[in-house]
Structures are given as C-alpha cells and as structure tokens.
Design a protein around this ligand. Structure first.
Ligand code: MG
Length: 357
C-alpha cells in the first residue's frame, strides 16, 4: 500500500475563551488538516498546529513542507513509518508539526488497514483516560471563576497558566484553591516565564495550596537552572519546551532536570518519535504527560490514543479542542464528559472528516 497524495487544508479558528500564556501571543490561529491517500483507496487524516515560538515554524513553512512531501513520499510504502520518518528527517531538521501531520495520518491509515482503533494498535488495552483543563492567565478573580466553571463541568484536574508576574500567579492559585476546594488536583505551567529565584520563592509559597507539578518554570535551554530548582522544590518539575526529541529527553534526564516530561506530537513530529521519547523517559524512571498545541479533534484523538495506550504516560493535557469552536465537518474520535475521554472503537483515529481538500 503506497502513499499516493498528501493534501492540506487550512481552516480558520474561533477561540471560545480568552487564552493567554507567558509566551507572546501567536497571531497565527488557523488549524491545518492533512489528508493522505493511498493507492489502495484507504485515506488517513492528520493535523499540524504550528506554534512558532515552540516549534520554530509558521503555517507557511508547514504548507511548503507538506507540498514537498507530496512529491518526496509519493510511492513510498504507507506503513513503513521508520522509512517515512527517515525521508522526512533527511529533508529538514525541523518542521515537527508537518511531520506530525503526516505521521498521524499514516497511523490512521494503519488502523484502518488493520481494522483496529489507534489505541489498540499502539499496544493499549483500555480506551479511557482523564485530561486536565487549562486556565489561561487573566485577573486572578477571573481565573477562579473559570476554574469554578470547569469543575462544574466535571474536570477534576486543572492546569493553571502562570509566569508573567509571580505575585499575581500566587494570588490566582490561592483564589482557585479557595474556589474549588481541596479535592481538585492543581498543576501550574510558567511557560519559561520565571527566574530561578522567582521559581523557588513562588513554589515555596504555593506549597500550602497543594500544587503538585510545575511545568517549564525556566527557559527551555537552562538545564543548570532546572536541575537547581528540581533539587530544591517539593513539587515535581515537568519539562515541556526543553524536550522536543528523544535526544532532548536523554539530555534533560541525564542532567537530572525533570520528574515528568510533557510530550507533544507537534514538538516530536508525531506518534512514532513520541513513543521513543516515552521509552527514554521510562528507562530513566520518569513518567510522561501528553499535551497539545492548538489542535482540533483530529490531533487530540491521536494524543489521547497515545495516553490510553502507554502505561508510563500518566497525565493528559488534551484540551485545546475546547478552547476553540469545533471545526464543522470534523466529528468522532472520542466522547468526553468533563475530563473523562472515551476513545472510539472505530478503526484508526475514528475521526470523520467531511471536508473538501
Ligand atoms: Mg507547557
């Protein structure tokens, strides 16, 4: 079964909430779906979410890459994932979102070919998982009201964006804990926004509010600082922007900088390399989370299958599809009640895409 064509479709997005993080706002807010067709008529769908400040590429880069791959991968065996990734990696070092889109579509094709849902293809035995819901940076009282809404919707884990101003961050966490009570799990993500001293002081002050994990407090490349923080903080240090590849995971873990790694398909270049990052972390005794950029239901279904499949992936931050209006014509993949996600038993991603490419 050979790859016949790779087509992309850019769709406008409409945010449902005002979502701010410590990194500068991204003006590119489109979603980019990919359709891969094989010579046996099986079609797979994937998605790219280029978040330039993390992945280093913008939408036009992804479209150029996909156009080049439409030629380069034509006639290549669709299930030869090692070979496909080799051909993509030989073409360019970066463009992980473009690689992820093709990788996800090929996994969708693999599942449809095998007649199995993706989570089972990846080795999983259960189709359920629990995701957190993320609260963007805003006035602390506004963030607490949002926390209330999410808890009322059934979420039991909240991820709080921080990193612009430690005093305001602390106040937001205090008000959120007061609002949601003691039974809701809270984690924070500073998106590289704090200094080492701000991190230690703020984490110390947050101990009384039961924050269990801190994600990316310092700059992505500050391994010395991250190790310094990890050795002193009572909370688990989770790395996101520091780790894109299996090699990044090895470097970060051998430097003693992480208690948890946040894998994102848009950083790793898809499920195939994501499994390798998880294997490196697992070998080091470190669990993983699967997070997301601004994916729709297509990319989220792929990330959710990875979480459901692999025991070492103990956390899920798969919520971007709820920060935007759902794309018309894109359905299936999973059902969600609060944070509880139940994956479909349909083959592959199980996502229906009724759109013209
Ligand atoms: Mg993060």
């Amino acid at each position: 079964m050979k790859i016949q064509s790779i087509k992309a479709l850019v769709l406008p997005t409409r945010p449902t909430v005002n979502f701010r993080i410590a990194l500068p706002a991204q003006t590119n807010s489109s979603m980019l779906l990919v359709r891969v067709e094989t010579d046996e008529g099986i079609v797979g769908f994937g998605e790219a979410s280029p978040f330039a400040l993390v992945t280093g590429c913008v939408e036009a880069d992804v479209l150029n890459f996909l156009d080049a791959m439409n030629t380069r991968l034509a006639g290549v065996e669709a299930l030869a994932l090692e070979r496909v990734h080799g051909l993509m990696d030989e073409y360019t070092l970066g463009n992980a979102p473009g690689k992820a889109a093709i990788d996800i579509a090929l996994h969708d094709i693999w599942g449809k070919y095998a007649g199995m849902p993706l989570y089972r293809l990846l080795g999983g035995g259960s189709n359920t998982l629990v995701s957190d819901m993320t609260i963007g940076i805003d006035e602390p009282r506004v963030m607490a009201a949002e926390a209330r809404r999410y808890v009322d919707e059934g979420f039991a884990i909240l991820k709080i964006k921080v990193g612009l101003d430690p005093a305001s961050d602390l106040e937001a966490v205090r008000l959120i804990r007061e609002e949601v009570g003691p039974d809701i799990d809270l984690r924070i993500d500073a998106n590289q926004g704090w200094t080492t001293k701000q991190t230690l002081a703020t984490l110390r002050a947050m101990e009384r509010y039961g924050v269990h994990e801190v994600e990316q407090p310092l700059k992505a490349d500050d391994l010395d600082g991250l190790r310094f923080v990890r050795e002193r903080a009572s909370q688990d240090v989770m790395l996101d922007e520091t780790v894109h590849t299996p090699h990044d995971a090895w470097s970060a873990l051998s430097a003693g900088t992480a208690d948890i790694i946040n894998i994102k398909l848009m950083k790793s270049g898809g499920l195939y390399p994501a499994c390798r990052i998880n294997a490196v972390a697992q070998a080091a005794g470190v669990p993983c989370m699967v997070g997301c950029m601004n994916e729709s239901r297509v990319g989220i279904a792929a990330g959710a299958a990875l979480v459901a499949a692999l025991d070492n992936i103990r956390y899920a931050d798969l919520d971007s599809h709820r920060l935007f209006e759902e794309l018309p014509g894109v359905t299936g993949g999973f059902e969600q009640t609060g944070g509880a996600i139940r994956l479909t038993e349909e083959p592959g991603l199980g996502v229906e895409v009724a759109l013209e490419f």
